[in-house]
Design a protein around this ligand. Structure first.
Ligand code: ZN
Length: 199
């Protein structure tokens, strides 16, 4: 008998408009709806005044402008990226260039693939390279917020979730999604790693 998973399909939001979802977290939904993103990538702004941005999203000029507008008058201190997929990482460096923040992610390389064209079509941001490597357990902080990296390979070899200590909250990237099960696409995706990370 299949277990019924209570996926959440109701979402109250407006594209590219920041929305306060908890005292420390604002969410902005990028306008890139699709079979892997549902309504669009959830981009998170953590803190007030000096902020971290988690998963800046697609490299779409309108999206990047909306994100810059959302943090107008604030200082972006960290750009944290959960993994190298086209819906999560490509805005990181354009946003870094505009804000002066550094890009943080795991530099663990993808597993070798026989076909790079296939890999790109599958949504990998193959050439994504952060400014600074992130290790499991590493912490980043700003006024009133502390984020800890939680290494969660499986969806990709470099997948990091980020825990917001003050709110006991987790940004799980594509490790766990509210509206669907995730996709584990070999060779970069690995089901054994995925289950170990769930544990
Ligand atoms: Zn992904």
């Amino acid at each position: 008998m299949a277990a019924k998973i209570p996926f959440v399909h109701e979402m109250d939001f407006e594209y590219e408009k920041p929305q306060q979802v908890s005292p420390l977290i604002r969410r902005l939904v990028a306008k890139n709806p699709g079979p892997f993103t549902f309504r669009g990538t959830g981009v998170y702004i953590v803190g007030h005044g000096e902020v971290a941005i988690v998963d800046p999203g697609p490299d779409d000029p309108e999206h990047i402008e909306a994100l810059l507008k959302a943090v107008e008058g604030e200082i972006v201190t960290h750009i944290l990226v959960t993994h190298r997929h086209m819906d999560h990482s490509p805005a990181a460096h354009p946003l870094a260039a505009r804000t002066g923040a550094k890009v943080y992610a795991s530099t663990i390389p993808p597993k070798p693939s026989e076909c790079d064209a296939l890999r790109l079509e599958a949504g990998d941001d193959h050439y994504f390279t952060p400014d600074i490597n992130v290790e499991d357990g590493e912490r980043f902080s700003g006024p009133g917020w502390t984020i800890e990296a939680v290494f969660t390979p499986g969806h990709t070899t470099n997948h990091m979730a980020f825990a917001l200590i003050e709110e006991n909250a987790l940004f799980p990237g594509d490790h766990i999604m509210g509206w669907s099960t995730t996709v584990i696409g070999p060779p970069d995706g690995d089901m054994t790693d995925y289950f170990n990370s769930l544990e």
